[in-house]
Structure formats: C-alpha cells, structure tokens
Design a binder for this molecule. Structure first.
Ligand SMILES: [Fe+2]
Ligand SMILES: [Fe+2]
Length: 198
C-alpha cells in the first residue's frame, strides 16, 4: 500500500542534517563574542542536542539494536549521550560571562564531534545497508512527528533565544519546525500522533 510517509526524507539524512546544524552553531561560538550572544548560541546547541539525542534513543537506536545486536557503537551511544547531558546541565547553570562557559562549550564540542564521527562512519551506513529506502523514510516521518511533539510546547521560547545574535541556526530551527508542521499535516491528517479518544 502506498504511504505518504515514503516521501519523507530518510531518518539517516535527517540525523546528518541535525549533526551539520549543531556543528555550524558550535563554529559560530567565539570567545570574544558578547556574553548574551554566547549564551544564546549555547542555548541553541543544548536544545538541539537534547532533542536530537531523545529522537535517536526513542526511534533510531531501538531499530538498530534489534537489527544489528553486535554493533559495538550501540554499547556506548547512550552513555555518551548521558555524558553530553551532564555537560549540558552544567553549561546551562554557567553564566555567559564566566570563563568556564567557553571551556564547557569546547568540551561539549569535542565530545559531540567524536560521537557524530562514530555515527556517521559506522551506524548510519549500517542502517542504509540493512533497511530499505522506504523503511528509512517511514522512520524519518516518525522522527518528524516526534520532533514536533518535543519542539512544539517550547517553540516560542526557542525561536526567541535562537534569533539572538545570529541568523543561521534560528533559520534552521524555523525551517525544521515548518517542515515538521507540514509533515504532521501531510502525513497524518486524520490520525494525529497523539492518541485522541474523542
Ligand atoms: Fe547519538
Ligand atoms: Fe546523532
């Protein structure tokens, strides 16, 4: 049966897009920028990473675990996300004018680069070898619907903080959000992702 979900970008390409978006934002962070700009960039990075990690853990990793139980990266993927979450909560508690803020951003960037490199060189190619294009697109559509649920309630706050100081990331967020809204309407017009008993 034909499903509109098959027109969705694949989950692996969405993951690559998220990685590029967060790396671009890391590269906009400079030690001599204003503290408020540094804080806004760090907020964007933290929000994007938290949402990305949740999407991988809820939708992508379980499928990979089921299909390829021997994949060694799967044993360290979630502990690495947890370490990233620890750094994120420390970063959120640190003022943009505190020199530790720069240090924490650099530490988080190093960890993320390492983790992303592992995903892009092993996990994503494995997924593309094991799953059909249609299955990858179905998972992509699932990820978009879940992203909308995670971003939706704080969209106003996110758009505001992400618009401070720079434009690239704010644009990416809005584009991501607009496509999520489109996808939610296009892919599930009568059956929303939240079960509605009424
Ligand atoms: Fe990950
Ligand atoms: Fe990732």
């Amino acid at each position: 049966m034909f499903s509109l979900n098959k027109l969705s970008p694949t989950i692996t390409n969405m993951i690559r897009f998220d990685h590029s978006h967060v790396m671009v934002t890391f590269h906009q962070y400079e030690r001599d920028k204003r503290p408020s700009v540094k804080k806004a960039l760090a907020d964007t990075i933290c929000d994007a990473l938290e949402i990305h990690a949740a999407l991988e853990e809820e939708i992508f990793y379980p499928v990979m675990r089921q299909r390829d139980a021997g994949e060694p990266f799967m044993h360290k993927a979630e502990p690495e996300h947890d370490e990233m979450r620890r750094l994120i909560s420390e970063l959120r508690r640190t003022s943009g004018s505190d020199p530790r803020h720069d240090k924490l951003v650099m530490e988080l960037m190093r960890d993320v680069m390492h983790h992303v490199a592992d995903e892009e060189t092993t996990l994503l190619p494995h997924a593309e070898a094991m799953l059909s294009k249609d299955a990858l697109s179905e998972l992509g559509a699932q990820m978009t619907r879940r992203r909308l649920e995670l971003v939706g309630p704080k969209a106003g706050k996110l758009a505001k903080s992400h618009a401070v100081g720079f434009s690239g990331s704010g644009t990416a967020l809005l584009v991501g959000l607009a496509s999520a809204v489109f996808a939610a309407k296009a892919f599930a017009p009568k059956k929303p992702w939240k079960s509605n008993p009424a």
